[in-house]
Unconditional design. Structure first.
Ligand code: ADP
Length: 468
């Protein structure tokens, strides 16, 4: 099958979170299964653009209402990512330093979607499926189904994957003229709560909808930032497919970012060396258990509670634990996490910012990874932690529920039911006790490193979905 993935992120081109990891891996694994998957994404002003070679495959203009923007679509020449990569450059819109966060994000992603469809529209052949990821590509199913201009694309199956339903990309009806002409009787297919809502529109118009874990699909009927009833009514065409991880990128045996590589046999010495290196950099004590958090510092991840959770844990443990944080997001949380440095030097440290290499080093060097999420559609961190022999401490929610079983239930992780300072504190206490039982920890590490969360399974599940 020929599959076109449309996404705002794709690792290693541009990544903000798990969406980038998924779109950087899924097409590669689909190609390994003998299919022909490619990625079409916006061209940002990022190092990938000047470190690689491209050929121009399309030159045109895209209109948003009365304003026109020059479009150039570039193909990465070497196919080194394991799939064909196309970057849609729209001068004045996509060419920014960051992926998201601009006042005109609506215009940026809408122009990218229209330019992409204009390009596909003039191909001599038609792809077998268009796979849209999150709201930035959510108007594509509506446009292929309803815009006169894309009539010849209307028979191509469209699939929406919801990576995160919190973000929906709503905008006002005053921007309706940005869309290519369509029968206005169809406006209802764009609408949710008096606005144009790209995620809601994609849920209505896509031929199939998937979420990134089965539990998240269940939860969305109850809690989906206002889309609950819509998701419940479209449940019949929806499936939960658990994300995989890219074993080529996330492999402690070959990971060149680590101080020392290791495998199941050498996990003890390997983790010890990585922990020692990490502790030396962050002024921590390598003889104490190392708890970590990696992620966006936002409410969804329970990040607002982290300062209190860490303060309590460090105060109670009287210097017997280490905590290391890597993240960025809410400035208030960032400030409070940095402040803890003054209170617990030698046992606590925080790196505020985004650092891919450091994240690998932390997965390798840590003993425990905390994920007290309020919402977790799939979560990749816990799967990376498992692969690197780090025990996850997670709230039972979404994909965390689907991937981590508590040691009390014959499993390998530590689970808690609520995102609260008390619950996480209790869970850290259980982890501390477990840490004292070296033999049991060793058995768990060997077990979790061998769990199979590779993309092979999920890549096939997506193919089955397209075929449906
Ligand atoms: P989400 O997509 O909701 O942010 P996921 O668990 O699905 O959460 O994916 C998070 C991804 O982003 C992981 O690859 C994680 O290692 C990475 N990540 C998050 N924050 C940082 C950071 N500050 N530095 C490096 N990597 C980060």
């Amino acid at each position: 099958m020929e599959i076109i993935h449309l996404s705002a992120e794709c690792y290693p081109v541009a990544k903000v979170g798990g969406l980038g990891d998924v779109v950087g891996a899924l097409p590669k694994y689909q190609n390994k299964l003998g299919h022909f998957a490619k990625v079409v994404m916006p061209a940002y002003n990022i190092p990938f653009m000047w470190d690689n070679e491209f050929e121009v495959v399309y030159d045109a203009w895209v209109n948003l209402g009365r304003e026109g923007f020059p479009v150039r679509i570039l193909r990465e020449k070497t196919n080194k990512l394991g799939f064909d990569l196309y970057l849609v450059h729209i001068a004045g819109l996509t060419d920014r330093d960051k992926v998201y966060g601009y006042g005109d994000d609506t215009e940026r992603f809408l122009a990218y979607q229209i330019a992409t469809l204009d390009w596909i529209n003039q191909w001599e052949h038609r792809p077998d499926a268009i796979h849209c990821h999150d709201h930035h590509t959510g108007l594509v199913p509506f446009m292929t189904a309803n815009c006169e201009r894309y009539k010849s694309l209307s028979h191509i199956p469209t699939i929406l994957t919801i990576h995160n339903a919190q973000y929906q990309g709503q905008f006002g009806w005053n921007k309706i003229s940005y869309l290519p002409a369509f029968d206005l009787w169809k406006s209802g297919m764009l609408e949710w709560k008096n606005a144009i809502n790209p995620l809601a529109s994609a849920i209505k118009c896509a031929w199939r909808v998937t979420t990134v874990s089965p539990s998240y699909l269940d939860e969305l009927s109850v809690k989906a930032n206002g889309l609950e009833s819509l998701l419940a009514s479209e449940r019949g065409k929806s499936t939960g497919i658990l994300n995989g991880i890219d074993n080529d990128v996330w492999n402690p045996k070959t990971d060149s970012m680590l101080q020392k590589t290791y495998n199941v046999r050498t996990v003890e010495s390997g983790k010890k060396a990585n922990k020692a290196a990490l502790c030396a950099v962050f002024n921590l004590d390598p003889t104490k258990p190392l708890f970590t958090f990696i992620g966006r510092l936002v409410g969804e991840k329970g990040a607002d509670l982290l300062p209190d959770i860490f303060h309590n844990a460090l105060a109670h443990s009287r210097g017997n634990i280490n905590i290391l944080v890597l993240g960025s997001g809410d400035p208030v949380v960032e400030g409070r996490l940095l402040e803890l440095n003054n209170w617990f030097p030698g046992n606590y440290n925080a790196y505020i910012g985004y650092n891919e290499k450091l994240s690998h080093q932390i997965y390798a060097g840590a003993d425990f990874l905390l994920m007290p999420s309020r919402v977790e559609p799939c979560g990749l961190n816990q799967m990376y932690a498992l692969r690197y022999g780090t025990i996850p401490i997670v709230r039972r929610i979404g994909g965390l529920r689907d991937t981590v079983t508590d040691i009390g239930d014959g499993g390998f992780g530590i689970c808690h039911d609520q995102t609260s300072v008390w619950d996480v504190g209790q869970a850290m206490g259980r982890a501390y006790e477990l840490y004292q039982d070296k033999k049991r920890v060793k058995d768990i590490l060997k077990y979790i490193m061998q769990l199979d969360h590779s993309w092979d399974r999920a890549a096939q599940q997506y193919i089955d979905t397209y075929q449906m």
